[in-house]
Design a protein around this ligand. Structure first.
Ligand SMILES: Cc1ncc(COP(=O)(O)O)c(C=O)c1O
Length: 431
């Protein structure tokens, strides 16, 4: 491979991708006539064009050109149960048979809420929403009303939904909450803001592991420090566990032994159906009690039969405590093995349990880093190499394990990563 640069290797890889996927390319052209950029969910888009999937079964996906992939993305963690899990399908068909859209309370709401309360220690009561984004909006509304304060501390590189995204420059998409950004894993930066805005901070909103920010783990003591500081300043602590709640039976808060005042959930907890949830201390949640008339919380589909049915079946029958522990143990082992393969070329995965992210650097990451053009090419080369090897992941390097993956599939990812290191040794960085 001498004489080839990273740029030429990547260009060749993209060229092969383009030739292999004419139907996906055509699909984007068609979609772009009726949707801006042919897209309705920004994260799914990448150049030269994203793959269009036509079906999924278990842990496999098939694209419009007939290629099969092992799904290592699992709908950005939401497809924990894989595609068309029989237990989930059965629950959905039973739900449908009883009738959709009943314009009333159903017994399903309290059943799913009970499962959440039993599982997540800080959730004494629960409300349902249609997305993780909405759950976070509800959490902030609850905190502002409860404390009678207006400002929020969040973290650079944090992601709490499309309208609360704190990576990159300020965006008109963000809701106009008064948000002050601190640095992840830097308690001093939080303390400075607390003092600067003394008596005005309603809540600290934090992911116990940065998800979209690249699976950056909280340093020992960081979340504990936030807990103490929020208490000392009369602010609430909100854990956004939309992505991390799958990392231990009671969420990452259980594993890290820090109890927030409020928790937001989403992704898999609705069994793969659209969902979000807010849970928390009884006296904060009581604000939503319609008998008290303090905070009305509407949403036509908050209690939709499909989400509730699938969510209950998944938590009761499939993602049990034991299943959660087993999946995350396998994830930890896989990440360690991947890192052994990648260490000689100074690349790495970070993360916890069943959720991890590739990084084109060997640096110890405490917060998201700005990638150089060279590093972006490295990340892209790994992505296109894995796609060529029949492995589907996020362009940004996110890998999320689903329950149907067997050891064979995990081995396939390891083998493909080893092949990447061998094939591109000449253009990869070294130790
Ligand atoms: C940590 C976190 N919070 C909130 C959200 C938003 O959830 P949703 O896409 O369901 O609105 C996401 C989605 O990726 C997330 O990762």
């Amino acid at each position: 491979m001498t004489g080839n640069t990273l740029k030429t290797e990547l260009a060749a890889c993209v060229e092969r991708f383009t030739r292999a996927n004419p139907n996906s390319a055509r699909q984007l052209e068609w979609a772009a006539r009726v949707m801006p950029g042919g897209n309705t969910r920004s994260v799914l888009f990448y150049e030269p064009f994203p793959l269009t999937m036509s079906s999924g079964a278990g842990c496999l996906l098939t694209d419009m050109d007939g290629h099969r992939y092992i799904d290592f993305l699992a709908e950005y963690t939401a497809a924990l149960y894989g595609h068309s899990h029989p237990v989930i399908l059965h629950a959905l068909s039973q739900g449908m048979a009883r009738g959709l859209n009943l314009s009333a309370h159903t017994e399903l709401e309290a059943r799913l809420a009970t499962l959440i309360v039993e599982r997540f220690d800080c959730a004494e009561q629960v409300r349902f929403t249609n997305s993780g984004t909405e759950a976070n909006l509800l959490a902030l509304a609850a905190a502002v009303a409860y404390t009678d304060r207006r400002a929020i501390i969040a973290f650079s590189g944090g992601y709490h939904g499309g309208v609360m995204s704190f990576a990159g420059p300020a965006t008109a998409m963000n809701v106009p909450h008064r948000v002050y950004l601190a640095d992840y894993n830097d308690l001093h930066s939080v303390e400075r803001l607390m003092h600067q805005h003394r008596g005005k901070i309603a809540a600290i909103l934090v992911e116990p592991m940065l998800g979209a920010g690249g699976c950056i783990c909280a340093a020992p003591g960081f979340l504990q420090g936030l807990r103490e500081m929020s208490r000392a300043h009369g602010a609430l602590l909100i854990f956004d566990e939309v992505m991390t709640s799958r990392l231990a039976p009671g969420g990452l808060q259980e594993k890290l032994e820090v109890k927030p005042d409020l928790i937001t959930l989403g992704k898999y907890v609705g069994g793969g159906m659209p969902c979000g949830m807010l849970g928390g201390r009884r006296e904060i949640m009581a604000q939503f009690d319609p008998r008290l008339g303090r905070l009305p919380h509407a949403g036509t589909f908050n209690n939709n039969v499909m989400t509730l049915s699938a969510g209950i079946a998944g938590l009761e029958q499939v993602f049990t405590r034991e299943a959660a522990i087993a999946l995350n143990t396998r994830g930890d082992a896989l990440r360690q093995q991947l890192n052994q393969v990648l260490a000689p070329v100074a690349l790495q995965f970070t993360g916890q349990g069943s959720v991890m992210n590739f990084h084109p650097t060997a640096m110890h990451l405490q917060r998201p880093m700005e990638l150089s053009e060279y590093q972006k090419r490295l990340r892209d080369l790994y992505f296109f190499h894995l796609i060529e090897s029949g492995i589907y992941l996020a362009r940004r390097g996110l890998v999320a394990l689903s329950l149907p993956l067997t050891d064979n599939e995990l081995l396939h990812l390891l083998t493909a990563t080893r092949a990447f290191v061998d094939r591109y040794a000449a253009v990869l960085p070294c130790d």
